[in-house]
Design a protein around this ligand. Structure first.
Ligand code: 5GP
Ligand code: MN
Length: 334
Protein backbone atom coordinates (compact mmCIF):
# COMPACT_ATOMS: atom_id res chain seq x y z
CA UNK A 1 0.00 0.00 0.00
CA UNK A 2 1.04 3.62 -0.40
CA UNK A 3 2.53 5.15 2.77
CA UNK A 4 0.30 7.38 4.92
CA UNK A 5 2.21 10.39 3.58
CA UNK A 6 1.61 9.28 -0.01
CA UNK A 7 -2.09 8.70 0.69
CA UNK A 8 -2.47 12.23 1.99
CA UNK A 9 -0.51 13.65 -0.97
CA UNK A 10 -2.67 11.67 -3.39
CA UNK A 11 -5.86 12.84 -1.70
CA UNK A 12 -4.67 16.43 -1.94
CA UNK A 13 -4.44 15.93 -5.73
CA UNK A 14 -7.95 14.51 -5.99
CA UNK A 15 -10.33 17.45 -6.04
CA UNK A 16 -13.52 18.06 -8.04
CA UNK A 17 -11.62 20.76 -9.96
CA UNK A 18 -8.78 18.50 -11.09
CA UNK A 19 -8.72 16.59 -14.36
CA UNK A 20 -8.47 12.93 -13.50
CA UNK A 21 -7.76 10.22 -16.06
CA UNK A 22 -7.65 6.47 -15.47
CA UNK A 23 -5.82 4.34 -18.03
CA UNK A 24 -5.45 0.60 -18.36
CA UNK A 25 -3.71 -1.88 -20.63
CA UNK A 26 -3.93 -2.97 -24.26
CA UNK A 27 -6.51 -5.70 -24.87
CA UNK A 28 -8.32 -4.81 -21.64
CA UNK A 29 -9.56 -7.75 -19.60
CA UNK A 30 -12.01 -8.01 -16.70
CA UNK A 31 -9.47 -6.75 -14.19
CA UNK A 32 -8.43 -3.79 -16.36
CA UNK A 33 -12.00 -2.67 -16.99
CA UNK A 34 -13.25 -3.61 -13.50
CA UNK A 35 -10.49 -1.78 -11.63
CA UNK A 36 -10.74 1.32 -13.85
CA UNK A 37 -14.52 1.58 -13.56
CA UNK A 38 -14.46 0.59 -9.87
CA UNK A 39 -12.03 3.44 -9.13
CA UNK A 40 -14.05 5.85 -11.29
CA UNK A 41 -17.24 5.02 -9.34
CA UNK A 42 -15.35 5.37 -6.05
CA UNK A 43 -14.03 8.83 -6.99
CA UNK A 44 -17.58 9.80 -7.95
CA UNK A 45 -18.68 9.16 -4.34
CA UNK A 46 -16.30 12.01 -3.44
CA UNK A 47 -17.79 14.29 -6.10
CA UNK A 48 -14.83 13.73 -8.42
CA UNK A 49 -15.35 12.87 -12.08
CA UNK A 50 -12.74 10.79 -13.90
CA UNK A 51 -12.32 9.74 -17.54
CA UNK A 52 -11.43 6.11 -18.19
CA UNK A 53 -9.29 5.54 -21.30
CA UNK A 54 -8.05 2.25 -22.76
CA UNK A 55 -5.90 1.88 -25.89
CA UNK A 56 -8.17 -0.50 -27.81
CA UNK A 57 -11.58 -2.09 -27.70
CA UNK A 58 -12.57 -4.76 -25.18
CA UNK A 59 -14.83 -7.84 -25.36
CA UNK A 60 -18.61 -7.60 -25.38
CA UNK A 61 -18.85 -9.71 -22.24
CA UNK A 62 -17.42 -6.78 -20.25
CA UNK A 63 -19.72 -4.12 -21.67
CA UNK A 64 -22.52 -4.76 -19.18
CA UNK A 65 -20.47 -3.17 -16.41
CA UNK A 66 -21.82 0.17 -15.14
CA UNK A 67 -20.54 2.98 -17.41
CA UNK A 68 -18.46 0.60 -19.57
CA UNK A 69 -19.96 2.32 -22.60
CA UNK A 70 -18.51 5.66 -21.46
CA UNK A 71 -14.95 4.37 -21.62
CA UNK A 72 -12.88 6.26 -24.20
CA UNK A 73 -11.32 3.78 -26.61
CA UNK A 74 -8.08 5.29 -27.88
CA UNK A 75 -8.05 3.54 -31.26
CA UNK A 76 -11.48 5.00 -32.10
CA UNK A 77 -11.15 8.37 -30.37
CA UNK A 78 -7.52 9.43 -30.64
CA UNK A 79 -8.19 13.15 -30.30
CA UNK A 80 -10.42 12.86 -27.22
CA UNK A 81 -7.98 10.42 -25.57
CA UNK A 82 -4.89 12.50 -26.43
CA UNK A 83 -6.41 15.74 -25.16
CA UNK A 84 -7.69 14.21 -21.93
CA UNK A 85 -4.24 12.79 -21.17
CA UNK A 86 -2.53 16.06 -22.14
CA UNK A 87 -4.82 18.08 -19.86
CA UNK A 88 -4.80 15.64 -16.95
CA UNK A 89 -3.58 16.67 -13.50
CA UNK A 90 -3.60 13.07 -12.29
CA UNK A 91 -3.35 9.83 -14.27
CA UNK A 92 -4.13 6.58 -12.49
CA UNK A 93 -2.32 3.71 -14.22
CA UNK A 94 -4.14 0.49 -13.41
CA UNK A 95 -3.24 -3.15 -14.07
CA UNK A 96 -0.04 -2.55 -16.08
CA UNK A 97 3.59 -2.04 -15.18
CA UNK A 98 5.07 -0.11 -18.09
CA UNK A 99 3.92 2.53 -20.63
CA UNK A 100 4.80 -0.01 -23.34
CA UNK A 101 1.71 -1.96 -22.24
CA UNK A 102 -0.79 0.77 -23.13
CA UNK A 103 -0.25 0.86 -26.88
CA UNK A 104 -0.86 4.24 -28.49
CA UNK A 105 -1.49 5.88 -25.09
CA UNK A 106 2.07 5.09 -23.93
CA UNK A 107 3.83 8.11 -25.43
CA UNK A 108 1.09 10.51 -24.38
CA UNK A 109 1.09 9.26 -20.79
CA UNK A 110 4.90 9.35 -20.60
CA UNK A 111 4.99 12.96 -21.81
CA UNK A 112 1.98 14.17 -19.81
CA UNK A 113 2.56 16.71 -17.04
CA UNK A 114 0.16 14.85 -14.73
CA UNK A 115 1.17 13.07 -11.54
CA UNK A 116 1.09 9.37 -12.37
CA UNK A 117 -0.20 6.89 -9.81
CA UNK A 118 0.40 3.20 -10.39
CA UNK A 119 -1.80 0.49 -8.88
CA UNK A 120 -0.73 -2.86 -10.31
CA UNK A 121 0.15 -6.48 -9.58
CA UNK A 122 2.51 -7.35 -12.46
CA UNK A 123 6.18 -8.22 -12.04
CA UNK A 124 8.84 -5.51 -12.31
CA UNK A 125 6.94 -2.20 -12.35
CA UNK A 126 8.61 0.83 -13.91
CA UNK A 127 8.96 4.34 -12.45
CA UNK A 128 5.78 6.33 -11.63
CA UNK A 129 5.24 9.26 -9.22
CA UNK A 130 3.37 7.02 -6.78
CA UNK A 131 3.64 3.24 -6.88
CA UNK A 132 1.42 0.67 -5.23
CA UNK A 133 2.72 -2.59 -6.67
CA UNK A 134 2.13 -5.98 -5.10
CA UNK A 135 2.69 -9.12 -7.15
CA UNK A 136 1.18 -11.32 -4.44
CA UNK A 137 -2.31 -9.88 -4.97
CA UNK A 138 -4.36 -11.73 -7.61
CA UNK A 139 -6.18 -8.73 -9.09
CA UNK A 140 -5.78 -4.97 -9.40
CA UNK A 141 -9.45 -4.77 -8.38
CA UNK A 142 -8.47 -6.11 -4.97
CA UNK A 143 -5.79 -3.40 -4.74
CA UNK A 144 -8.36 -0.71 -5.57
CA UNK A 145 -10.42 -2.05 -2.66
CA UNK A 146 -7.32 -1.84 -0.41
CA UNK A 147 -6.89 1.76 -1.56
CA UNK A 148 -10.50 2.46 -0.55
CA UNK A 149 -9.77 0.80 2.82
CA UNK A 150 -6.62 2.90 3.26
CA UNK A 151 -8.90 5.95 2.93
CA UNK A 152 -11.32 4.46 5.50
CA UNK A 153 -14.02 4.67 2.86
CA UNK A 154 -15.42 1.10 2.86
CA UNK A 155 -18.80 2.59 3.71
CA UNK A 156 -18.84 4.44 0.37
CA UNK A 157 -18.66 1.21 -1.59
CA UNK A 158 -21.89 1.16 -3.59
CA UNK A 159 -23.43 -1.30 -6.04
CA UNK A 160 -21.52 0.06 -9.07
CA UNK A 161 -18.16 -0.16 -7.31
CA UNK A 162 -18.99 -3.61 -5.93
CA UNK A 163 -20.01 -5.04 -9.31
CA UNK A 164 -16.91 -3.73 -11.07
CA UNK A 165 -14.42 -4.86 -8.43
CA UNK A 166 -16.09 -8.27 -8.05
CA UNK A 167 -15.83 -8.86 -11.80
CA UNK A 168 -12.11 -8.15 -11.98
CA UNK A 169 -11.33 -10.30 -8.95
CA UNK A 170 -13.43 -13.13 -10.39
CA UNK A 171 -11.82 -13.00 -13.84
CA UNK A 172 -8.19 -12.50 -12.74
CA UNK A 173 -8.41 -15.35 -10.23
CA UNK A 174 -10.01 -17.62 -12.84
CA UNK A 175 -13.11 -17.88 -10.64
CA UNK A 176 -11.25 -17.83 -7.28
CA UNK A 177 -8.93 -20.67 -8.34
CA UNK A 178 -5.48 -19.27 -9.01
CA UNK A 179 -2.59 -19.40 -6.59
CA UNK A 180 -2.64 -15.92 -5.11
CA UNK A 181 -6.35 -16.11 -4.24
CA UNK A 182 -6.18 -15.52 -0.47
CA UNK A 183 -8.38 -15.29 2.60
CA UNK A 184 -8.15 -11.54 2.19
CA UNK A 185 -9.44 -11.89 -1.39
CA UNK A 186 -12.45 -13.83 -0.12
CA UNK A 187 -13.10 -11.34 2.70
CA UNK A 188 -13.18 -8.52 0.19
CA UNK A 189 -15.42 -10.52 -2.12
CA UNK A 190 -17.74 -11.11 0.83
CA UNK A 191 -17.86 -7.34 1.45
CA UNK A 192 -18.62 -6.74 -2.23
CA UNK A 193 -21.48 -9.25 -2.13
CA UNK A 194 -22.86 -7.48 0.94
CA UNK A 195 -22.77 -4.25 -1.06
CA UNK A 196 -24.92 -5.86 -3.74
CA UNK A 197 -22.58 -7.64 -6.15
CA UNK A 198 -24.53 -10.72 -7.21
CA UNK A 199 -22.23 -13.69 -8.00
CA UNK A 200 -24.83 -15.47 -10.14
CA UNK A 201 -25.62 -12.42 -12.25
CA UNK A 202 -22.00 -11.35 -12.66
CA UNK A 203 -20.87 -14.86 -13.59
CA UNK A 204 -23.70 -15.20 -16.05
CA UNK A 205 -23.08 -11.76 -17.63
CA UNK A 206 -19.37 -12.40 -17.97
CA UNK A 207 -18.96 -16.08 -18.64
CA UNK A 208 -22.23 -17.56 -19.86
CA UNK A 209 -21.94 -15.60 -23.04
CA UNK A 210 -20.37 -18.07 -25.44
CA UNK A 211 -20.93 -17.29 -29.07
CA UNK A 212 -21.13 -20.13 -31.57
CA UNK A 213 -17.95 -18.80 -33.19
CA UNK A 214 -16.14 -19.14 -29.85
CA UNK A 215 -17.32 -22.70 -29.29
CA UNK A 216 -16.33 -23.73 -32.81
CA UNK A 217 -12.90 -22.19 -32.39
CA UNK A 218 -12.57 -23.94 -29.04
CA UNK A 219 -13.44 -27.29 -30.55
CA UNK A 220 -10.83 -26.76 -33.27
CA UNK A 221 -8.17 -25.78 -30.76
CA UNK A 222 -8.96 -28.67 -28.42
CA UNK A 223 -8.87 -31.18 -31.27
CA UNK A 224 -5.22 -30.40 -31.88
CA UNK A 225 -3.65 -29.77 -28.48
CA UNK A 226 -0.08 -31.00 -28.71
CA UNK A 227 2.12 -32.02 -25.81
CA UNK A 228 5.86 -31.45 -25.75
CA UNK A 229 8.72 -31.61 -23.21
CA UNK A 230 7.68 -35.09 -22.04
CA UNK A 231 4.07 -34.08 -21.63
CA UNK A 232 4.87 -31.12 -19.39
CA UNK A 233 3.93 -28.44 -21.92
CA UNK A 234 0.71 -28.14 -23.92
CA UNK A 235 0.65 -26.17 -27.16
CA UNK A 236 -2.48 -24.67 -28.73
CA UNK A 237 -2.67 -22.48 -31.81
CA UNK A 238 -4.98 -20.69 -34.24
CA UNK A 239 -4.25 -19.08 -37.57
CA UNK A 240 -5.78 -15.94 -38.99
CA UNK A 241 -7.61 -17.79 -41.78
CA UNK A 242 -9.29 -19.98 -39.15
CA UNK A 243 -10.31 -16.96 -37.08
CA UNK A 244 -11.89 -15.44 -40.17
CA UNK A 245 -13.57 -18.66 -41.24
CA UNK A 246 -15.26 -19.05 -37.86
CA UNK A 247 -16.24 -15.38 -37.55
CA UNK A 248 -13.90 -14.51 -34.66
CA UNK A 249 -14.99 -11.66 -32.42
CA UNK A 250 -12.84 -9.89 -29.78
CA UNK A 251 -12.55 -11.98 -26.63
CA UNK A 252 -13.63 -15.22 -28.33
CA UNK A 253 -10.38 -16.97 -27.44
CA UNK A 254 -10.21 -15.71 -23.83
CA UNK A 255 -9.33 -18.61 -21.52
CA UNK A 256 -8.46 -21.13 -24.26
CA UNK A 257 -4.93 -21.47 -22.92
CA UNK A 258 -6.27 -22.74 -19.58
CA UNK A 259 -7.54 -25.90 -21.25
CA UNK A 260 -3.93 -26.73 -22.08
CA UNK A 261 -2.97 -26.40 -18.43
CA UNK A 262 -5.82 -28.68 -17.39
CA UNK A 263 -4.15 -31.65 -19.09
CA UNK A 264 -2.89 -34.05 -16.43
CA UNK A 265 0.88 -33.76 -15.96
CA UNK A 266 1.31 -30.36 -17.62
CA UNK A 267 3.28 -27.59 -15.94
CA UNK A 268 2.84 -25.01 -18.66
CA UNK A 269 0.53 -24.21 -21.53
CA UNK A 270 0.98 -21.86 -24.45
CA UNK A 271 -1.52 -20.51 -26.94
CA UNK A 272 -0.34 -18.94 -30.21
CA UNK A 273 -2.74 -16.84 -32.22
CA UNK A 274 -2.06 -14.94 -35.42
CA UNK A 275 -3.20 -11.34 -35.21
CA UNK A 276 -6.22 -10.65 -37.39
CA UNK A 277 -4.69 -7.63 -39.13
CA UNK A 278 -0.96 -7.37 -38.44
CA UNK A 279 1.89 -9.76 -39.03
CA UNK A 280 2.65 -11.02 -35.59
CA UNK A 281 1.64 -13.84 -33.30
CA UNK A 282 0.09 -13.04 -29.93
CA UNK A 283 1.14 -15.53 -27.29
CA UNK A 284 -0.44 -16.45 -23.96
CA UNK A 285 1.52 -18.43 -21.39
CA UNK A 286 0.12 -20.11 -18.28
CA UNK A 287 1.95 -22.27 -15.75
CA UNK A 288 1.71 -24.09 -12.45
CA UNK A 289 3.78 -23.73 -9.29
CA UNK A 290 7.19 -22.13 -9.70
CA UNK A 291 7.45 -22.36 -13.50
CA UNK A 292 8.10 -18.70 -14.32
CA UNK A 293 6.35 -17.59 -17.50
CA UNK A 294 7.17 -13.91 -16.85
CA UNK A 295 10.91 -14.50 -17.18
CA UNK A 296 10.43 -16.85 -20.12
CA UNK A 297 8.16 -14.41 -22.00
CA UNK A 298 10.54 -11.50 -21.33
CA UNK A 299 13.61 -13.44 -22.39
CA UNK A 300 12.33 -14.99 -25.60
CA UNK A 301 8.96 -13.59 -26.66
CA UNK A 302 8.94 -9.78 -26.16
CA UNK A 303 6.50 -9.97 -23.28
CA UNK A 304 5.99 -10.42 -19.58
CA UNK A 305 3.25 -10.52 -16.97
CA UNK A 306 2.96 -12.65 -13.85
CA UNK A 307 4.84 -15.79 -12.82
CA UNK A 308 1.94 -18.06 -13.74
CA UNK A 309 0.28 -15.99 -16.49
CA UNK A 310 2.07 -13.94 -19.10
CA UNK A 311 1.85 -12.88 -22.70
CA UNK A 312 4.11 -11.89 -25.54
CA UNK A 313 4.47 -11.26 -29.26
CA UNK A 314 6.54 -12.93 -31.98
CA UNK A 315 7.19 -11.84 -35.52
CA UNK A 316 7.70 -15.10 -37.44
CA UNK A 317 5.33 -17.58 -39.10
CA UNK A 318 3.26 -19.92 -36.95
CA UNK A 319 5.41 -22.92 -37.87
CA UNK A 320 8.67 -21.10 -37.09
CA UNK A 321 7.24 -19.68 -33.87
CA UNK A 322 6.19 -23.08 -32.59
CA UNK A 323 9.53 -24.56 -33.61
CA UNK A 324 11.45 -21.77 -31.81
CA UNK A 325 9.22 -22.19 -28.77
CA UNK A 326 9.88 -25.92 -28.58
CA UNK A 327 13.62 -25.36 -28.75
CA UNK A 328 13.55 -22.69 -26.04
CA UNK A 329 11.25 -24.59 -23.71
CA UNK A 330 13.34 -27.75 -24.00
CA UNK A 331 16.27 -25.76 -22.60
CA UNK A 332 14.28 -24.67 -19.52
CA UNK A 333 14.60 -26.72 -16.37
CA UNK A 334 11.30 -27.96 -15.00
P1 5GP B 1 -3.20 -12.93 -21.56
O1 5GP B 1 -2.51 -14.20 -21.89
O2 5GP B 1 -4.48 -13.18 -20.83
O3 5GP B 1 -3.30 -11.98 -22.71
O4 5GP B 1 -2.27 -12.18 -20.53
C1 5GP B 1 -1.82 -12.78 -19.34
C2 5GP B 1 -1.04 -11.77 -18.52
O5 5GP B 1 0.13 -11.36 -19.20
C3 5GP B 1 -1.82 -10.50 -18.24
O6 5GP B 1 -1.58 -10.13 -16.91
C4 5GP B 1 -1.26 -9.49 -19.19
O7 5GP B 1 -1.28 -8.21 -18.63
C5 5GP B 1 0.16 -9.97 -19.44
N1 5GP B 1 0.53 -9.78 -20.83
C6 5GP B 1 -0.16 -10.22 -21.92
N2 5GP B 1 0.48 -9.88 -23.06
C7 5GP B 1 1.59 -9.21 -22.70
C8 5GP B 1 2.65 -8.59 -23.43
O8 5GP B 1 2.71 -8.60 -24.67
N3 5GP B 1 3.63 -8.00 -22.69
C9 5GP B 1 3.62 -7.98 -21.33
N4 5GP B 1 4.63 -7.38 -20.69
N5 5GP B 1 2.63 -8.54 -20.61
C10 5GP B 1 1.62 -9.15 -21.27
MN1 MN C 1 -4.84 -7.94 -13.59
Amino acid sequence: MFTAKEISEINALLTPESNIVIVSHHNPDGDAIGSSLGLKHYLKTKGIEATVIVPNDFPKFLKWMPEAKKIVIGEYKRKVAGEAIYNADVIFCLDFNSPTRIGLLGDWVTKAKAKKILIDHHQMPEQFDYVYSDTTIPATCQMVYHFIQANNDERSVNLDIAQCLYTGIMTDTGGFRFRSTSASTHRIVADLIEKGADPAIITSNTWDTNTISRLHLLSLVLSRIELTKDGKVAILWLKRAELKEYGFDKGDTEGFVNYGLSVLGTKMAVFFMEDLYEDFIKISFRSKDSVDTNQFARKHFNGGGHINASGGKYFKSMEETIEDFKEKIEAEEF
